[in-house]
Design a protein. Structure first.
Length: 295
């Protein structure tokens, strides 16, 4: 693929952006990277990435720009305040892959319509954490104009195990919120069940052996069970980011009918308030199993 794919810039080299840039490079895609702090880009340079000093520098060199940052404000800062949108060439593609919620993607789409209608916007948040990003095994929820699909197909094939196109810009974000609500409850099922088991004097290995391989436990949950059994809570998907996504889902729902999701958000917020938000979202287990809710 090297030399045949349009240059791609990945803006935001956190855990996910780093993995995505790695997967693009592995596929031979000419890749430009930028991050607010340069340290995470250094090993990517050794893999063949071009490291841009500024957002504008990256945007000018790329035909396709990917943003993968924390929230809407960070996306808008890159696009408008730091000059990415203005620097894009006519006909360039902006693939917005951050999870920013319905209001966030609507804000981004309005900005593109007002300021750069000659740029094609693709709304394409992903499902997966650090390891799938590094391995090119993400699921991509893509939405945008039909004519852009061939231009991003090679990139999406490099980043993900599958791409689901779901309509106009905004539909991808909506599906991502549904996906992450499912993920939140799947995580809560593991955390609460393990915490209950430990309160009842059972070992996590016993739970994993009893439930693993059966219809109730997905492969993802089985892997989380094993990590919990090993007291391994290093970050694959940070609790603080998972909580952000739950709040985005509640915000998009626009009503108070989702009482269970609201209760989950309150519980996770208490764990974050204890300073554990940077750990994997399964760290909720550690708090639930302790009397008094102390880690």
């Amino acid at each position: 693929m090297a030399g045949t794919h349009e240059p791609v810039a990945v803006l935001g080299i956190g855990a996910m952006g780093h993995g995505m840039a790695t997967s693009a490079l592995r596929a031979g895609i000419p890749t430009i990277v930028w991050n607010r702090r340069p340290e995470p880009t250094r090993d990517l340079a050794q893999l063949g990435a071009e490291v841009a000093d500024t957002v504008v520098d990256a945007a000018r060199r790329a035909a396709i720009v990917v943003t993968m940052v924390t929230d809407t404000d960070a996306v808008i800062s890159i696009a408008r305040d730091q000059g990415m949108l203005a620097a894009l060439a006519p006909g360039a593609v902006w693939v917005q892959m951050s999870t920013i919620g319905v209001a966030g993607i609507e804000r981004v789409a309005a900005m593109v319509d007002d300021e750069r209608p000659d740029v094609m916007l693709v709304d394409a948040p992903v499902s997966g954490s650090k390891d799938p990003a590094e391995q090119g095994q993400l699921t991509i929820f893509a939405s945008g104009p039909d004519e852009v699909r061939p231009r991003v197909a090679g990139l999406f094939d490099a980043l993900g195990q599958r791409t689901i196109w779901v309509g106009a810009v905004g539909a991808g974000t909506r599906l991502k919120l549904v996906n992450n609500t499912w993920l939140a409850f799947a995580t809560e099922a593991v955390a609460t069940s393990v915490a209950l088991a430990r309160r009842l004097g059972l070992e996590t290995e016993t739970v994993a052996e009893a439930l693993g391989g059966g219809p109730l436990v997905s492969p993802w949950q089985a892997a989380k069970l094993q990590r919990i059994a090993n007291d391994e809570f290093s970050t694959q998907f940070a609790l603080s980011l998972a909580l952000k996504d739950v709040h985005l889902a509640l915000q998009a729902a626009g009503d108070d009918r989702f009482a269970a999701l609201t209760s989950l958000a309150d519980e996770w917020q208490r764990v974050v308030d204890q300073g554990l938000g940077g750990y994997d979202l399964t760290v909720v287990t550690r708090v639930l199993e302790q009397q008094g809710g102390e880690p």
